[in-house]
Design a protein around this ligand. Structure first.
Ligand code: BGC
Length: 369
């Protein structure tokens, strides 16, 4: 009798237990799946939302539960979000840092708690990251500057001489993003020799906080006022800021006349290229980077060997006096202009035909691929 009651009690406990488990599962709390966190600086830049969707899908296909947050350019909020994801039990974090120095605080804590952290696209300045995956950011800068210098007719121009140097604006990205620094390094490799020859002069050299398009527009308005609209080229650092600057240039009749660069081959940037306003962009295929990050996270969490990484000192990557080294991988990039945007960007499906040729009369469009 006693044992029958005991059996019923045990059985009831089992039923209640499984009901509780099911309830937790539905709430996402106890699904039994390993959690991975995605931490984004912002969703203002076109690419990040796409990468959020892509990485979430790939991680879920591998059976992970994904928590994703974006910090709206707020450095403190991003650190709080990272701390919070660690509290929620994530075992891996893929971080797009708003500020590579500030994010180190939260990332160090996460790593100390055993969380594997991948610095995605942007460096986080700590040796406690498991990997840093990005594109060749110095080459991005070289290709931007090359596109603009070529449009100016350099080298070999007879227009730009020591007596009449081309007046060039340098527009950097967010100063707290190490990529902006690497991009500038590449730009200067190309531009500095022309400055040294005296055929280029820098009339403004500024950086755009948060890579914000509206800030870039305002900055360009001020530069144009100060220079009496006498500028010959803009070495800008991404499509978002270039398009902001083009607004200010358009208001002065300079869009399509003064060459300007960008990067990311965004839908809007490519559209501006086919309209003849933005001169050059740089193609970084996120369809290759996102799966790399997901596969690497999967291997890290399974304790499997991670391949394809190379060691770099933080000193080399930042130019700052930082200790330690990290494992990194940089994917190649390609220049995009009016001449190859169709083949490189549209045909490959990176951007849609309709987005790239938006507002372009039917007769002036290439055939649909
Ligand atoms: C990325 C660029 C992006 C920029 C603004 C950089 O770190 O490398 O692709 O345009 O941030 O979000």
């Amino acid at each position: 009798m006693k044992s029958k009651r005991m059996m019923i009690a045990i059985f009831s406990l089992m039923v209640i237990g499984s009901m509780l488990l099911a309830a937790c599962g539905a709430a996402g709390g106890g699904s039994g799946k390993i959690k991975v966190g995605l931490s984004f600086s912002d969703f203002a830049t076109e690419r990040w939302k796409n990468e959020d969707t892509l990485m979430r899908k790939l991680l879920e296909e591998k059976g992970y539960e994904v928590i994703s947050q974006e910090a709206n350019h707020d450095v403190k909020l991003q650190n709080d979000q990272i701390d919070n994801m660690v509290t929620q039990g994530v075992k891996g974090l893929i971080v797009i840092a708003e500020d590579g120095a500030a994010a180190a605080t939260a990332v160090d804590k996460a790593a100390a708690a055993g969380v594997k952290v991948i610095a995605y696209d942007r460096l986080i300045k700590t040796k406690n990251i498991a990997a840093y995956l990005s594109f060749d950011n110095v080459e991005v800068g070289r290709q931007e500057a090359l596109g603009v210098m070529t449009a100016l007719g350099l080298p070999g121009s007879t227009t730009w001489t020591k007596d009449n140097p081309a007046k060039v604006v340098l527009s950097g990205g967010s100063p707290t993003d190490n990529n902006a620094v690497l991009v500038r390094q590449g730009q200067m490799e190309i531009v500095q020799p022309y400055i040294d020859q005296g055929v280029v002069t820098i009339v403004a050299d500024q950086w755009v906080d948060n890579w914000d398009a509206a800030t870039a527009e305002k900055m360009m308005e001020n530069i144009l006022t100060a220079q009496n609209n006498q500028i010959d080229a803009v070495v800008a650092s991404n499509d978002g800021t270039a398009l902001g600057e083009l607004q200010a240039m358009k208001a002065q009749g300079l869009a399509g006349i003064v060459p300007i660069s960008g990067q990311d081959a965004t839908a809007d940037g490519c559209n501006s290229i086919v309209k003849g306003e933005q001169t050059v962009s740089v193609y970084k295929d996120i369809r290759l980077l996102s799966p790399k990050a997901v596969d690497m996270m999967d291997a890290l969490l399974k304790g499997q060997p991670v391949t394809g990484l190379q060691e770099y000192t933080l000193k080399i990557l930042t130019g700052e006096d930082l200790e330690g080294s990290i494992q990194a991988l940089f994917l190649p990039v390609e220049q995009v202009t009016k001449d190859n945007v169709y083949d490189l960007i549209v045909k490959s499906g990176f951007q849609s035909y309709d987005d790239v040729y938006r507002d372009i009369p039917e007769a002036d469009r290439p055939p649909k691929p």
